[in-house]
Design a protein around this ligand. Sequence first.
Ligand code: HDD
Length: 686
Amino acid sequence: MADEKLYETKQGNGGERQQIARGDTSAMTTNFGAPLSDNENSLKAGDRGPTLLEDFILREKIFHFDHERIPERIVHARGSAAHGYFECTDPIPELSRASLFAEKGKKTPVFTRFSTVAGGAGSVDTPRDVRGFAVKFYTDEGNWDLVSNNIPVFFIQDAIKFPDLIHAVKMEADRAYPQAASAHDTFWDFISLMPETLHTLIWAMSDRGIPRSLRMMEGFGVHTFKLVNAEGKESFVKFHWRPKLGMQSLIWDESAKLQGADNDYHRRDLWEAITRGDFPEWDFAVQVFDQELADSLPYDVLDATKLIPEEVVPLRVIGRMVLDRNPDNFFAETEQAAFLPSNIVPGIDFTDDPLLQGRLFSYLDTQKSRLGTANFHQIPINAAKCPFANMQRDGMMQTHVPRGRANYEPNSLDEAGEDPGPRPLSTGFVTRPQEVSGPKLRVRAESFGDFYSQPRMYWNSMTASEQAHIASAMVFELSKVSLEHVRKRMLSQLHVLHEDLAKRVATGLAMELPDPVAPFQQPIDLEPSDALSIQKKWRETLEGRQVAILFAEGSDQARIEALKRAIEAERGTVFTIAPKVGGIPVSGGMMKADGQLAGSPSVLFDAIALVLTAEAATKLAQDAAAVSFVADAFAHLKAIGTTEEAKALLDKAGVQPDQGVTDLDGLPDAAKLRYWDREPKVRDLA
Ligand code: HDD
């Protein structure tokens, strides 16, 4: 009897045996196609005996599992991606022969991966960090990878410093912490010794370093590239992405709390938006200029630590990108995606920017160690969608099966009636002739030598509130630096950048402001640029934003539903929260909530509404989760829609009336803003 039962478990019933009939794609098989009858038990000598080496099914399954992980990216390990398309809205044949810019309305498929830089693959989504913004365009003349960031400048000028920068920012070598954080000794030690980093540093310390959503970030190709038209005429270009939802950032305290509330805040937000059909969209713009303009600028356009303000060279929008499909499989697509700045197409070209030149080598090289084979270009997510063929052959994991003997070029096999294989085309990619001469030198160009004017311009372009955020972020980070000489040296650097900033950081650290360092080149005053400020460009909208409605026993269901309708009419989304999710009695009957109060802190939302009876509010005022729900929303400068009945809870949470605290009818409008004026009342800023 016992034996019979064992047999049943192992073999399944007759129906299962039928399921695995040959050719049935629902059948579970080994990797080589042999159908399985049992995925529960290993092969043993007797039901309690040792497992047999013969068990090819067990060995294959565990062998594969043992090798499921591949080396994570050395930087940008934590990322989320989506498929979509690029649509040309304003063709530029006069500037570039790139096929994706050739016709109005032409669509090119894309795969876009966003990332943090410093943390590992399993780290949190909302640390203060630069964000990666890598777009793979599958054009009909090959893949173009625009491997960008959400900050238009980079920390260093020469690729030879990249390993030092990354070693310094990642977790410290002996103790392996902190994970995904720049607030530690080695990062600031490096920064304070390398003034070229200051421009990107001030961006990272600003609200740009803590985006609210991947859908609300700008993106920048950083380097100056070239566009080349059909006649071979070249122009300089910088590439920009502009989010349709507008830019928005977190408050630092909010981003720190989000790390506990939802590790996957950005990943979830992107996934859910696409699932809902709210497809994230960006305008694609170019800043085009010529050598004459480049020569007129007081900085070098080949220096990746400098930007060109839009006020100097305006942006021309030439297309849009829409992300409309989530990956089917995270590993196969997002993890195996290999972006290479060297993936370029006819009509676009590189410049001599020494950072870009180093990148052209690095990314190809890293894919071999990450993906294990020179054939990583055959992995579906990396493969060009246009035909591709050459004489490269063999190698690990070769999946192509080329026919014939033509694996060399030139050949004359066609004369013998054989397929001669592919040949170079006269219309293929051409590098334009460029004069290059001079002695071999291991030096930095003098034209790269002004490290302070552009970070100063950035500081001068911010609102008062944004400046306070920058100074406070620096105080926060430097307070985590245990080496006093590093803090001092950093203050000396900031002293050159801007005295006001340096003083505020010194005061925040309770340190004397040291003398400025002697700069390599004296900074000059550049015109501030409003386009650099998030707050000055704020888009008042509920689109893409989420409002939480807190209700409890006895709440007025009709009011909740009316509010929900009003928010949705403005293209916002609503998330209802109650002390229990399964259903609680409200005025109209029983009502279920989307989330439970303790698991749905207000950091997850853009604004909150309290639809409570006076009795429920009094009860919730005794619940720490409810009190911090409201107190945090207030401290994070969000709109709070409420009624008189919620007073007990509002009082306990320390909410003081201001423009952002409104009645329920006013909430859909109020929720479009953050209340920067409230900030000095809720936190001590540097
Ligand atoms: Fe890089 C990944 C962006 C400088 C070396 N980088 C990587 C990714 C982004 C950037 C978005 C993630 C791509 C993905 O999603 O898979 N990196 C930049 C930008 C830079 C920059 C905008 C400056 C303008 N990077 C840079 C330099 C070097 C590297 C100077 C080396 C000399 N970057 C790498 C890398 C990575 C990478 C080690 C890690 C994983 C990968 O390439 O595929 O090769």
